[in-house]
Design a protein around this ligand. Structure first.
Ligand code: GLY
Ligand code: MN
Ligand code: MN
Length: 456
């Protein structure tokens, strides 16, 4: 077969099973309420990306569009027009096409969009350019993510310019384009009970994959074999895909933050760092564990591991509603810097190491990020000029301190050279504190040592 299929949804289920029409309808209603009747919101499907000649990458819907509709086909646009008397919810979709459906799978089509997706009006995507200006009439603000899709940006700007002269005739036309951050992304940031259940499942499945990874580890194995074992478990338990490219870095590869080549061989005496998460119903887990290939930490590995674990535990202990986001990173930095001064890695005093940011040579990333439909989920981290926003119940994020002693980096004590450790859990802010969703994978060093190779 020389063509690949991108959207092989069955006719019976164009909407993903963990969602329901009511869920998406409620989200649209809430968004329309937030943006107000003088605004329009436009959300665009993700493009199909070519992988090699005549083949494409596995298709992943745009998260905003999916959140609002559950729709998983490419070449689609959602337009919300709050208060519109006939069609507050408009969709542009691919027309049905017998020839294309033989190759790529069933399409909802223009007629099916009303029935399956509940929109009030549906048009072929090919009519977008011609219809947009008229649809923008009467709206003074457009909520649209500029810069994500250049061809669409041109389309939108052309439509806005076409309709703007109406303003001179005293009619309403778009004057500003606003980022979805303040509206849609605020909604996505605080998870509903249904979303929390979905995330809990995604993280549970991610944890099962990690446990399998630890249990099947043996020296001599290739990093991609370990990756396959973990991802097999993800899929076996309902994941459609990993939520991001799995990182499986052994030995010095653990120090490469976005290492995804995964071609190295696991060697006796090395650590292996695995950062992998299962995407279940489009919500993803994001877990990292670091374990010794042979089943026992060396004294140096253990010193670094214990320090990272202490920082990770202390950060999690702080989590509760009202705490300012940036306090989490400050806590991790303080503990890691103190530990590195004690180990002779950083020059003291600790306050100076923090002020001068010398710790950044070995801890160069943030301590966490929002988690949800996107692994680095949407939503702001600070508001109103504050250094960090207050945590609220329903927020889900990662806690992932690490230390990375690149072998060729100057100033690295020899005994720590090549050691990389990260420990990452996924946590939910509750009414009273924190719920660690990824508890299914051990992180105590003795427990990990017991588990390594148990199924090898
Ligand atoms: N796996 C990506 C991250 O931890 O941020
Ligand atoms: Mn992460
Ligand atoms: Mn991660």
């Amino acid at each position: 077969m020389s063509q690949t299929s991108n959207a092989a949804a069955s006719p019976a289920s164009p909407v993903a099973p963990l969602t329901g029409r009511n869920v998406h309808a409620a989200r649209r209603a809430q968004l329309m309420e937030r943006i107000g009747e003088n605004a329009a919101a436009l959300v665009v499907a993700a493009p199909v990306r070519s992988r090699s000649n005549d083949t494409s990458y596995h298709y992943r819907p745009n998260s905003d569009l999916w959140y609002l509709t559950g729709f998983e086909e490419p070449e689609a646009v959602v337009l919300l027009l709050p208060g519109h008397p006939e069609h507050p919810f408009v969709m542009f979709v691919r027309a049905r096409n017998r020839e294309r459906e033989i190759w790529d799978g069933w399409r909802v089509g223009v007629e099916g969009a009303k029935e399956h997706l509940g929109c009030d009006a549906a048009f072929p995507i090919g009519e977008l350019e011609e219809r947009l200006p008229k649809l923008f009439e009467g709206r003074t603000r457009l909520i649209y993510e500029l810069g994500a899709d250049e061809a669409m940006d041109r389309n939108v700007i052309r439509a806005v310019r076409k309709v703007q002269p109406l303003g001179r005739k005293g009619k309403r036309a778009p004057r500003v384009i606003e980022d979805p951050l303040l509206y849609l992304h605020e909604m996505r940031l605080v998870k509903t009970p249904g979303e929390i259940a979905a995330l809990r499942r995604a993280v549970e499945v991610s944890a099962l994959g990690h446990v399998r990874g630890i249990r099947c580890t043996r020296p001599g194995m290739r990093e991609f074999e370990l990756q396959a074992e973990i991802e097999y478990v993800f899929k076996k338990h309902g994941a459609t895909a990993p939520g991001y490219e799995s990182i499986v870095g052994s030995g010095p590869n653990a120090c490469i933050l976005h290492y995804v080549a995964n071609r190295g061989r696991l060697r006796d005496g090395d650590l292996v760092l695995v950062d992998a998460g299962a995407e279940v119903g489009l919500y993803t887990g994001d877990i990292t564990r670091t374990w010794p290939v042979s089943g026992s930490f060396s004294p140096e590995q253990r010193e670094i591991y214990d320090l990272v674990l202490r920082a990770q535990r202390e950060v999690i202990r702080l989590v509760r509603p009202g705490l300012a986001w940036h306090k989490l990173h400050e806590c991790a930095v303080k503990i890691l810097a103190e530990g590195m001064v004690d180990l002779g890695i950083l020059e003291g005093p600790v306050d100076k190491a923090i002020e001068e940011k010398t710790y950044r040579k070995w801890y160069m990333h943030g301590t966490g990020h929002w988690l949800g439909i996107d692994v680095h989920d949407v939503g702001s981290y600070a508001r109103d000029g504050e250094p960090g926003r207050a945590l609220e119940p329903g927020m889900v994020f990662t806690v992932e301190p690490g230390l990375y002693f690149h072998g060729d980096e100057e100033g690295c004590p020899d005994r720590f050279r090549g050691i990389g450790v990260r420990i990452e859990d996924d946590v939910l802010v509750t009414e009273t504190g924190v719920d660690v969703l990824s508890q299914g994978v051990p992180k105590e060093p003795e427990e990990i040592e017991q588990l390594v190779g148990a199924d090898a």
